[in-house]
Design a protein around this ligand. Structure first.
Ligand code: ADE
Ligand code: ZN
Ligand code: ZN
Length: 339
């Protein structure tokens, strides 16, 4: 009897833990989104930055580092990280205002600046820089998921229930993972293939445009303008998130992942090996001049390397041949949903 009570008690603990995990607000791109952003970013690293990253991460893959902040969420030692994954903006605001929305530095924008500075500081202990690197890789991804720059009242869309491809879901989850899952179901490969495909479609002009500002507050504002469009294009209550919604928003989703990756790569080059991106660019220009190749107008190189293997421990990406962008952002139809 005693043991039956004990096992019932432990079962109810398991059930309530499972239930609370299922109900807990979601805090991030799903694993796939984070891994895609991280591998696009680290494919851009200079040799010196790669070395520094390897020295800090040891055997940990970039993909694992990217999702570390989510895996640690239930560890009481790391609950302080929970409010750092997002930033909230008042419902009636048309843009972000850090003086108003900064929440005493406890949000994703200030966290990116804080952990970038720690990563940059080589006098800091390696452990501290490893935590900073894991958080940075994760938070730059989060900041490019529009619902992470959103409204407090609905917990960044976590409370916006919606049918998604026939299943009960919410808008935050749709953008964290379900649209990416839908895309992965369409194609043969997993996240690494999707990462390589996206990376190869980045043009030098996009690279230049997306890295024009290194200020995470500017990035957050861009994300927020997408968020506002997403609230206006709320899925129909009857049909929910369906194929038409997916088709309409897929270009935006892809661009969010690419922009996040490119900005992450630029930020990591600067934090891990300051000056190395410029040195690599100058060396390439000198080499090209010698061989008579015309100089590129882009300041940065598009991400290249070798494709990351889905489960592989290292983090390389395939040679990129930048191609023309397939299509620009499709402005969604406005449905008159609340703003
Ligand atoms: N909780 C409150 N706001 C949130 C947001 N924008 N994203 C994730 N979780 C949240
Ligand atoms: Zn997150
Ligand atoms: Zn999320």
């Amino acid at each position: 009897m005693q043991s039956r009570i004990a096992s019932l008690a432990s079962l109810s603990i398991v059930v309530s833990i499972a239930a609370s995990a299922a109900c807990a607000p979601c805090f991030a791109w799903g694993d796939d989104g984070h891994k895609i952003v991280a591998t696009i970013g680290t494919a851009m690293l200079t040799e010196d930055a790669q070395k520094a990253l390897r020295d800090i991460l040891g055997d940990e893959t970039v993909a694992d580092a990217a999702v570390w902040a989510d895996k640690m969420r239930s560890d009481p030692q790391y609950t302080w990280i929970a409010p750092l994954h997002y930033i909230n903006v008042p419902r009636n605001a048309t843009s972000l205002d850090m003086a108003r929305d900064g929440n005493g530095g406890v949000q994703v924008v200030s966290s990116i600046i804080k952990y970038r500075d720690i990563l940059k500081d080589t006098s800091k202990p390696k452990e501290e820089r490893r935590l900073a690197l894991r958080l940075l890789i994760h938070f730059v991804g989060d900041l490019h998921q529009p619902f992470h720059v959103s409204y407090k009242e609905d917990l960044g869309g976590n409370k916006l229930s919606v049918q998604s491809f026939g299943k009960k879901s919410n808008m935050h989850k749709v953008w964290d993972s379900e649209l990416i899952r839908r895309r992965l179901n369409d194609t043969k490969g997993g996240w690494a293939t999707m990462s390589a495909d996206l990376r190869q479609s980045i043009t030098p002009e996009q690279l230049k445009k997306w890295t024009a500002s290194g200020d995470p507050a500017v990035w957050a504002n861009e994300a927020f303008s997408i968020t506002r469009l997403l609230y206006r294009d709320a899925p129909d209550a009857r049909t929910g998130v369906d194929d038409a919604y997916f088709q309409r928003w897929q270009p935006t989703l892809n661009e969010c992942l690419k922009v996040g990756g490119v900005r992450l790569g630029t930020l990591l080059n600067d934090a891990l090996a300051p000056g190395s991106a410029k040195a690599a660019k100058d060396a390439k220009a000198a080499k090209d001049a010698k061989s008579g190749k015309p100089a590129k107008d882009s300041k940065q190189q598009a991400p290249k390397d070798q494709a990351p293997k889905e489960q592989a421990p290292r983090d390389q990406a395939p040679a990129s041949t930048p191609t023309a962008p397939k299509s620009g952002n499709t402005a969604p139809k406005q449905s008159g949903a609340p703003e």
